[in-house]
Design a protein around this ligand. Structure first.
Ligand code: AMP
Ligand code: FE
Ligand code: FE
Ligand code: ZN
Length: 294
């Protein structure tokens, strides 16, 4: 996915949805199916942002462009600020950057051991095995609790992914285990060094209680954080208000996206979109890989 000469001058056609998941992580559809779903919902520029992997890029780019859509390569990188789970969207980075690859491989590998530990914990009280989970995980996919949720649903221990998350998978039930994730400062630096554009996903999401501190956000901006995903169904209004002031102070990029996971979540492609000028700013800033035009 080399930058083609002249691609900088191409105009972006919205609507743009820059946060979509496939079976390469915890979505329920193939990368090509995700692109057709986006197209069906009117999206014309789309990014695939699987958790900690770029494995779906080639398939998604082919599908998107054959549907007449523009494709932006992306990823949602797992990070952690103390106990707080932080997701960093990364666009247009070099997928072969050695340091970034090593870090995402470390996260993906640790996610496997962690999922096995969660399943072992659950297996003490419920009939659930690691094989159940494997049969709901795409080969080579980044494993997460959604795959365990699917296995719980198949076993009749929950009706939907969401019910599993509110029940057995909820930390209060005592089966939860964490996985390795880098500090957000490290994520942002690695993405920037790989020529990418880092944007904090759902920065004020309600479930993850309390945002990162203002001090940390300022530090991340100094390290090259490009912006915030402000239009996302999980963001709280109060948090977004605070973030809008930071955006204005630093002239940051603002995005809006669906966080589509196929049938795994109610989120639908195009339910939030990113303005054309913001997509253009992301493209102007990303130097590690290029958008793929139809
Ligand atoms: P993990 O990273 O393995 O801890 O799992 C977190 C992932 O689960 C997130 O990326 C979400 O996509 C997904 N998730 C979180 N809550 C829910 C929910 N209530 N229903 C469906 N998926 C969820
Ligand atoms: Fe997810
Ligand atoms: Fe996320
Ligand atoms: Zn996501």
């Amino acid at each position: 996915m080399q930058r083609e000469p002249g691609s900088e001058g191409r105009r972006i056609t919205g609507p743009s949805d820059l946060h979509l998941h496939s079976i390469r992580s915890d979505g329920t559809e193939s990368p090509a199916e995700v692109m057709s779903a986006a197209h069906r919902h009117g999206v014309r520029t789309a990014a695939l942002t699987d958790h900690d992997t770029t494995a779906g890029w080639a398939e998604a780019a082919d599908a998107a462009t054959s549907l007449g859509m523009t494709f932006l390569p992306g990823m949602e990188m797992s990070a952690r600020d103390e106990w707080r789970s932080v997701h960093v969207l990364a666009y247009l980075f070099d997928p072969d950057d050695a340091d970034l690859r090593a870090e995402t491989e470390r996260i993906r590998l640790d996610r496997v051991g962690r999922a096995e530990r969660i399943v072992r914990n659950i297996g003490r009280d419920y009939p659930l095995t690691w094989d159940d989970v494997l049969s709901h995980t795409g080969s080579g996919a980044t494993v997460g609790r959604p795959h365990i949720a699917d296995a719980l649903v198949a076993r009749g221990l929950a009706r939907t992914r969401s019910e599993a998350f509110d029940g057995i998978l909820h930390p209060r039930e005592g089966y939860y285990e964490g996985h390795y994730a880098p500090d957000p400062r490290r994520s942002v630096s690695l993405i920037v060094a790989a020529g990418g554009v880092p944007i904090i996903a759902h920065p004020s999401s309600a479930g993850r209680s309390r945002m990162m501190s203002r001090e940390l956000l300022e530090e991340l901006i100094a390290l090259g954080l490009a912006g915030f995903e402000l239009d996302h169904r999980e963001n709280t209004e109060s948090g977004t208000k605070v973030l809008r002031r930071i955006v204005a102070t630093h002239d940051l990029i603002v995005t809006g996206s669906s966080d589509y996971h196929g049938v795994g979540k109610p989120n639908l492609p195009g339910e939030n979109t990113t303005a054309d000028d913001m997509v253009a700013r992301i493209i102007a800033r990303g130097t590690g890989s290029a958008p793929v035009f139809p």
